[in-house]
Write a protein that binds this ligand. Sequence first.
Ligand SMILES: Nc1ncnc2c1ncn2[C@@H]1O[C@H](COP(=O)(O)OP(=O)(O)OP(=O)(O)O)[C@@H](O)[C@H]1O
Ligand SMILES: [Mg+2]
Length: 709
Amino acid sequence: MAPFTSSLNLIASSCCCSSSSSSLPLLLLPRPPPAKLSLLNSNRFVPSSLLRLGRHRLSPTRAASSTSVNGFPFRDNFGNDGDSRRGSLERLQAGIKLLISVLPGGSWWSLEEQEEEVGINEKKSVSSATHVLRRMWMMVADERWIIFAASAALVTAALSEISIPHFLAASIFSAQSGESMTFYRNAKLLVLLCLTSGICSGLRGCFFSIANMILVKRMRESLYSSLLFQDILFFDKEPVGDLTSRLGADCQQVSRVISGDLNMISRNFIQGMGALIYLFILSWPLAFSTLLICSALSTIMFFYGQYQKRAARLTQELTACANEVAQETLSLMRTVRVYGTENQEFGRYQEWLVKLASIASRQSFAFGFWNMGFNFLYHSTQVIAVLIGGINIMSGHITAEQLTKFLLYSEWLIYSTFWVGDNWSSLMQSIGASEKVFNLIDLLPSKQFSEEGVKLQKLFGRIDFVNVSFCYPSRLTVRTLQDINFSIRENEVVAIVGLSGSGKSTIVNLLLRLYEPINGQILVDGIPLSKLNIRWLRERIGYVGQEPRLFRMDVSSNISYGCPREISHYEVESAAKQAFAHEFIMSLPNGYATIVDDELLSGGQKQRIAIARAILRDPKILILDEATSALDAESEHYVKGVIREVSNDSRMKRTVIVIAHRFSTIQVADRIIVMDGGRIVEMGSHQELFQKDGMYARLAKRQVDAFTS
Ligand SMILES: Nc1ncnc2c1ncn2[C@@H]1O[C@H](COP(=O)(O)OP(=O)(O)OP(=O)(O)O)[C@@H](O)[C@H]1O
Ligand SMILES: [Mg+2]
């Protein structure tokens, strides 16, 4: 666990450097981690080949024999070749190069390499801060009264707070000069200002937090619904870990935009402007010098904000990659355990953590430079004010009270500039994180959901494939199906057989319209599939997939999942009985109310629940893709009975497509389609094909031989 925690701590420590802990005094601001720690955790300072191997595979001898500093390899062979002077010179040169590269603008700061690695195209991401903010505004616009109330509280609180130093100084100096009336009036005003600023700050924080909660909720809703309605091929391309990372971490990052960043930027902007105007009223030469310093601060702030925005986007991508690895490994934990690849998997995850730490360390250094610049400029303002102000007091141009007020307000101005800068960079990070979320939200839903399509009065279940060819969009060069032609009559039971990878499941995928053929047409009851209302059709199809997956809910809900009508418990039970699942369900701790998921049942039990789910829909077209492959002989015999009933019982009549490797299952079919390499090579009844002595007969004989030998 140690490397995990050290890396995570480093990320956490550097992330907090950019947080907008605006209510903290400046001295309490998180400081960058010690340079030594950051350097050690940056992959620029460790050979990437070693990092890739993970901690457990690091060999001390290899680690000591070669290393690189900031991407500049240097030989650590001091004493090996005896040339100590040359060794020291090289080390000195490497040290100087390293120092130069770490200075602002140096090569160490470049993020391009990592951006390229995770596929961020800087030129392509054109969405500006205003565009993203407008999108966010549109999401909360319905509840604009909250924003208006929060803004009113913000302005009142900011103006009250900025007035306090004036009355503080005025009270002190009126007391000193014995003006008791003025003193008490100022003191009363101070109490009023304190109360107003306190109440309004509370209201401001509360209203902005509510607005923020609404924003994050709507963002997650929009993103999730956008994802749910994408084409299946979208999920072929996008890893699940990546998508859950967008929903989780990225939306969370946005959560501070309104309640943190915008709120603090507005407050500090108002107070900064107020302070500046007041300074100009007090003394314009002094105000001008302070303004110059603030401009320098704003320039640094601008570049710092831009850098943080890029770093945040990169962090977001790298986090998604790390999530993807973790998700994959944890979901395949049994395979990992059996093959003993824990260390290898740890290395894979750690590789991303090291990259994240590298970015985080740069962010920490950037924060350090920003903080350094601020502190220097802040103290410069005070020194300049005291110098110029002191001379002016001596020459009688201003009073001590004016200089005191000036010092108080210049401090206020510079702090406001700092906080605007700090929250600006935080805002840029959130905007960086939200860009990808908005890109996903903007994806158009699958065409299938926008087309209305035809709903037939009744579905008979006739299916025609006419010259259908297909290749998966992710493998455009490979024809998975080639000129497929067949017809399935109403209530006919058809089996599809063939070698693994011959395209059997792909035929079903096309019939379910999970993908569109590139050529030819699929007709259901004579109507092209693309013209039918696909939701209506899917409601009438019962499908048991090759690897049935269950939801983490009770057995009963798993069986009735997706059923378009109201279902009674009796119906669930009778479907389970037909699928030969009732007995094992009753043996579960809570029977039909037992919570199950993929891991808690055997393959055959999952198949039986999936078969019960399909039967319960009472579909007009039943598709069983290897639905009995994991069943024992007895269960298979009973499930075959379900298929047989279709042929005998007129009330149960439906079109059935069975894909199976076991010839015992196939024999119940009226007709058999034999596939090879994406083509149909034979078609006919079991008897006909057996007599033909072609591929089917060969496969059948091999299975019989395997059984008898
Ligand atoms: N989503 C996908 N993206 C790209 N290629 C795919 C996809 N699904 C399947 N394929 C490829 O299409 C070909 C046919 O796959 P299909 O699943 O239809 O075979 P199958 O006949 O059902 O095999 P099996 O009997 O093993 O289930 C295979 O080469 C497979 O690698
Ligand atoms: Mg298959």
